[in-house]
Design a protein around this ligand. Sequence first.
Ligand code: K7E
Ligand code: CUA
Length: 765
Amino acid sequence: MNLLLKCSAAAAALLSLSLTSTAFGAETLEQLMKRRNLTQKDLMAAAKTYTPTGGRDEFLAFASGGQAGQMIVYGVPSMRIYKYISVFTPEPWQGFGFDEESKKVLAQGKVDGKDLTWGDTHHPAISETNGDYDGQYLFINDKANPRIGVINLHDFETTQIVVNPIMRSEHGGAFVTPNTEYVIETTQYPAPLDGKYAPLEEFNDKFRGAITYWKFNREKGKIEPENSFSIELPPYSQDLADAGKGPSDGWSFNNSFCTERYVGGIERGRPPFEAGCSANDTDLLHVINWKKAAELVKAGKATKINGHDVLSIKTAVEEGILFLIPESKSPHGVDVSPDGKYIIVGGKLDSAVSVFSFDKIMAAIKDKKFSSKDPYGIPIIDMKDALHVQVPLGLGPLHTQFDSKPCVAYTSLYVDSMVAKYDYCEGKVLDKISIHYNIGHLMTMEGDSVHPKGKYLVALNKLAIDRFNPVGPLHPQNHQLIDISGDKMELLYDMPVPLGEPHYVVAISQDKLKPSVRYPYGTDSRTEQKHPQSVRPGSERIDRSPGKVEVFGTLIRSHITPEIVEVEEGDEVIFHLTNAERAEDETHGFAINAHNINLSLEPGKTASARIVADRPGVYPYYCTEFCSALHLEMQGYLMVRPKGTKATAASATSAKEGQTYTKADFDKQWKSCEDTQAVIDQVVGYITSTNYKDFKPVVDLVDDATDQLNFAASAKGKADEFAKQQNWQQATLWAGQWWQYQVKAADIGLRAKTYLEEHGAKKIK
Ligand code: K7E
Ligand code: CUA
């Protein structure tokens, strides 16, 4: 009955809505354009990005979250933000850093035994198969505390953090090799590799850079530190890196700045770092044969530093796996072309990009044609022997991405605040577009894979200045969407990014992502294993031992079992909670007052909350996701009684109910249950009369509704039982619970019905 009432109220609301929208609809498109001051060009841009309700984006972008230590997922072309993924930083919505399981993940990222609750994320990388994004894993680096986070894209959760054992600062990560054999991480600011103190006077001798190749085990979805290795590099400030592909597979490239090895000290009367680190006309591109390096490590040629295999510069030079090439002033980005034949390097203080030829580099190495050696004995290939072409683009070229069209690249121009489009085979500029302001990275769709998809480019601008409504001195970042499908680039949209400075973004075709909707029942999502403490509905329990209480509970619309947990002051209390839902998007939260706990329990997930009940009191706990009509009733009490007081008997509750129920109350409740059942039968009749089995989402909904109806049957049985005993109190309450389950089943049924109607289901009966 209630349901029917709700339906007619909704119909009335809809009717009035359609009337008002007719009134608005009277405005013509021309009038609207005038009112909002829009041009034809604006309308075109809007139509290219607008995604109608229920529509999907063609690409999903994974942006670094900068100083937030997280990641941002947004859609292209709509530029709608979908999710933040917590990586190095606690994030309560996802329970990350609040449940015991994710605390263990964060604890993997301790440096020198210290908890770090942030990261300076720069470069995300999607796992690759044969050089194409495969949509399985995502990696991101932390520049401040050299670490790599591993995110599993089947649930968008961080499952591993590895700490670099020899670096104090890094930048050139995360970049993957074409089959994700390795995840590359390169130092930024040199320091002693053993992590110990050395005076700055010994900079040239004791300070070092390095490049780490983290071995990735795809089956396990984990980096294997024990099978990873590094190569010692000179104390230059190594910068970005990229892995070779196709003909250059097996090699990696990273550039550097401050090859002057200048140490500042402005307070000591010395010119600052910025002067001494940009004195030379050229810095050095590092060319490394990582495949051979891996073999050398296997052959025992590495030495251990902090328990980690490191090939020395000396070994790398002797074995012919490390070379240098001069590159233009203050280089920044280094990007390998999709065909693997060219390496494009930008220069922050230059006006051209240098396109190096892999073939030429190999020829020089083969002929041992070196112009000189660096102070550490590393052979230097003459620039002209490696260069394919230099393309004058404008001031401050930084990063490069590629188009689906052969030989076409886009490079960001930091100083000019522009994007340049050019042919890097011919060395010809094709187009330029202004952006606002000071672009850093740029990103095209799958633009650093072997098959870039073209279509869109996103400019990641360092400054937003006046582009948005002011929100205080700290401005959001500005990502600008640019249409690159035609000859001329066209600016479509400005998107404020409200979370840290996302240095780099990667975007993947949405059809390559296959995220799950629910976990297998009782999964620890952080380890992706069955959670040993998960329980099924009906077998919830509380285990007690001296000083310790362990709760094995479940959550399902709309109650938490157990609802009352009584402990003694000083007890350690651990809640192991499983979301027993199968329904899509039926996440329950779990928060306890005053104990810094919030869990996110997605369907099927088990997570644990640990607290010490050190203060007597009454602490409500509740579900923090608005999951159902009776979400607010999804509650319970943690009762912490003073030390030494007597426990309430576990079986009985002395709680007084606020209301007394009679036979009349019971009959009334029973009647409304029967009415509701009639509605359910109607909906079930409709669904089963169609080919609903052809629609996977509906089959899932029907499964879920069946669950709810089974619970309903059990509650109905209890109501019946108590009615026979004329215990109207219990009978009425259980009849009420029956009705709760019915309402949930009906709600799911109606969702299924709507889906079938909207997706053209056919009558089969
Ligand atoms: Cu900001 Cu790639 Cu760290 Cu360039 S980096 S801008
Ligand atoms: Cu479960 Cu609200």
